[in-house]
Design a protein around this ligand. Structure first.
Ligand code: HEC
Length: 224
C-alpha cells in the first residue's frame, strides 16, 4: 500500500510538471523532486522525463557554440552571431538602468538556490532565486569562492566608480555593460560557462540590477 501511495505521489508530480510546461511554453515553475527520484532520473536519462526533456533542446546560440571545441577556435562570424542573438533578448527594468539595492543583490549573489541541480532536489521555482556566484567567483574579501570565473573583488573600483561620479552618464553606461554580462553572459563572452541568468528567467531584471549594484556600488563590501 505504501508503495502505491508513493507511486501516486510521484505521478502526481510528473503531471504537475507537464501542466506547467504547457502553460508557460518555456518551463518556469516546476515541483521539486525527491532524492530517490533524482537517482531514478540519473539512471533513466533526462530525455525520457517531460519535466526535463525540454532542457535538452538547444537554442540557436547553443547550437553554434556546440560546433566548436572552444571560443578560441570559433570564426569571427560565429562569435558575432552568438553576441547578436544574446544581446537582442536582453530585457531591462521597467524604468531602464538604475542603481539597484546592493544589500538585496548580496543576498542573491550568496544564495545557491534557483534553477539548479543538486542531490537534495531540483528546483526551477522562481521563488527559489539565487545566482550561486561564489561557486565560480571570489567576490568579497575573505569569503571563499570558486576560480572558474575571474576574481570580482573591488570590481566597482576597477571600473573607476566613485561616490562622486556614480550618477554620471558614463557610470550609468558602465552599469548597463555589467547588467548585460549578468543578464546574458553570452552577450559579452560568447559560449561562456557562466549561466545566462536573465535569459533563462532565473533572475528578473530587478534582481540583476540589484546584483550589479552589489558588484559596483562604492558602499558595497565588494569595493571596501
Ligand atoms: C558556472 C560558473 C559561473 C557562475 C555560477 C557565475 N559566473 Fe560569472 N563568470 C564565469 C566565467 C567563466 C567568466 C569569464 C567569462 C568568459 O570568459 O567566459 C565570468 C565572468 C563574469 C563577469 C565579468 C568579469 C570581467 O572580466 O569583467 C562578471 C561581472 C560576473 N561573471 C559576475 C557573475 C555574477 C554576479 C554571478 C552570479 C549571479 C556569476 N558571475 C556566476 C563563470 C561563472
Amino acid at each position: 500500500m505504501k508503495r502505491i501511495v508513493g507511486l501516486m505521489i510521484v505521478s502526481g508530480i510528473l503531471i504537475g510538471g507537464v501542466v506547467a510546461q504547457e502553460k508557460g511554453g518555456k518551463v518556469k515553475k516546476q515541483e521539486s523532486v525527491r532524492q530517490e527520484e533524482v537517482r531514478e532520473l540519473m539512471k533513466s536519462g533526462f530525455s525520457n522525463d517531460p519535466r526535463f526533456a525540454w532542457k535538452l533542446n538547444q537554442d540557436e546560440a547553443q547550437k553554434i557554440c556546440s560546433q566548436y571545441p572552444s571560443r578560441e577556435s570559433m570564426p569571427a562570424s560565429a562569435i558575432q552571431k552568438v553576441i547578436e542573438l544574446s544581446t537582442s533578448g536582453i530585457n531591462y527594468p521597467q524604468w531602464g538602468i538604475y542603481w539597484g539595492d546592493w544589500k538585496e543583490g548580496k543576498k542573491l549573489v550568496e544564495s545557491p538556490r534557483g534553477g539548479r541541480f543538486a542531490s537534495y532536489g531540483f528546483s526551477d521555482n522562481p521563488a527559489d532565486k539565487g545566482g550561486n556566484c561564489y561557486a565560480c567567483h571570489l567576490i568579497e574579501k575573505g569569503m571563499p569562492g570558486g576560480t572558474m570565473g575571474p576574481n570580482l573583488y573591488q570590481y566597482g573600483k576597477r571600473w573607476n566608480i566613485t561616490k562622486e561620479n556614480m550618477n554620471s552618464p558614463e557610470t550609468i553606461e558602465k552599469l548597463r555593460i555589467v547588467y548585460n554580462i549578468i543578464y546574458n553572459s553570452w552577450s559579452a563572452f560568447p559560449c561562456s560557462s557562466m549561466p545566462r541568468f536573465g535569459y533563462h528567467g532565473s533572475l528578473s531584471p530587478n534582481d540583476v540590477a540589484n546584483i550589479v549594484a552589489f558588484l559596483l556600488h562604492p558602499e558595497s563590501p565588494v569595493n571596501k
